[in-house]
Design a protein around this ligand. Structure first.
Ligand code: KDG
Length: 313
């Protein structure tokens, strides 16, 4: 596998009309979950990806499995939990640039992931292990699973890629959130926070200071995301800013960060320079926002290359 990822996927319900959800009567059902979004993004770009998770023994669990299988993702490490439900979430488009999410996932199948669900041999064979700050927020056993997976990855020299993806609604205590996410950050090889996330983790500072601080803590590549304005990257020897691609009309911002991660990892797997990998990340992130749905806008390889070419013209 090029990349293995661990996390929860949910059935996503989005009202067909924008506005307050209390007025919505008709919804579109899709699939979402940060880690499986990244897996889909990578698979569309031609990479080999595996997803570790649990789903309920219900219709949404079946829908998730057949969707991810259809995208070419290895789901051999996904367990179906009897008498348990698959999480769902609602995505309300209040108005343009005001999207809200409501989770119904506490106690879900994926929140019951535990270290015994990890197959050490499976993880040992990957190039990258991708994790987000969402999974450890789901339950204590999910948190333990993430730390166990990181320990396995580090032992086998599989690179740990961490997107903090801080979802405040999932944490009951922000100090605990900071502590858990910080401990993951310092064990990661690559970290991709947004500005508010890095400020939450490290306190007041500047992009330059945060980037340097994370490098000094042992992270080998830090990418601080600025949304459509692009991203700054830091390595031990380099710091550069890569301009983003402006999007005239954002249809749905959810999943853009996951597209960014997929683009970055795709570039690194292909052996691009870090700068070019960040450029691909910016492009995939931008393309995701132009289409409705968490994963529907994840582009295929030709799309990204053609689109980047058009932006240069
Ligand atoms: O990054 C997009 C995700 O946030 C979305 O797909 C749903 O995983 C999700 C979550 O927990 O919010």
């Amino acid at each position: 596998m090029d990349v293995i990822t661990i996390g929860e996927s949910m059935a996503v319900f989005t009202p067909i009309n924008s506005g307050q959800m209390k007025q919505a009567t008709t919804f579109v059902r899709t699939i979402g979950g940060s880690e499986s979004n990244v897996a889909i993004g990578l698979a569309r770009l031609g990479h080999r990806v595996g997803w570790i998770s649990k789903v309920g023994d219900d219709e949404f669990g079946k829908a998730i499995l057949s969707f991810l299988r259809g995208e070419g993702i290895d789901i051999s490490q996904v367990k179906v939990v009897p008498k348990t439900f698959t999480g769902i979430y609602f995505k309300e488009k209040r108005r343009h640039n005001d999207t809200r999410v409501y989770y119904y996932r506490r106690g879900s199948a994926a929140s019951q992931l535990s270290p015994s669900d990890l197959d050490e041999e499976y993880i040992s064979k990957a190039k990258y292990l991708h994790i987000t700050g969402i999974t450890p927020a789901l339950s204590k056993s999910c948190e333990e699973t993430i730390f166990a997976a990181i320990a396995m990855a580090r032992y086998y020299k599989v690179k740990v890629v961490f997107d903090p993806n801080i979802r405040m609604k999932l944490w009951s205590n922000l100090d605990v959130a900071r502590d858990v996410l910080f401990r993951i950050a310092i064990q990661s090889d690559i970290i991709l926070p947004g500005i508010t996330e890095v400020a939450f983790l490290l306190g007041d500072g500047t992009i330059e200071k945060w980037g340097r601080q994370l490098i000094e803590m042992g992270v080998s590549l830090v990418v601080i995301k600025l949304g459509e304005r692009g991203a700054h990257y830091f390595t031990k020897t380099n710091h550069d800013y890569i301009q983003g691609f402006p999007v005239k009309y954002v249809v749905d911002p959810v999943g853009a960060g996951d597209g960014f991660t997929a683009g970055l990892l795709s570039g690194l797997i292909d052996g691009l320079s870090v700068a070019d990998a960040v450029r691909r990340a910016n492009a995939v992130g931008a393309l995701v926002t132009m289409v409705e749905g968490d994963t529907e806008g994840m582009p295929e390889r030709e799309d990204v290359e053609r689109w980047i070419g058009q932006q240069r013209e």
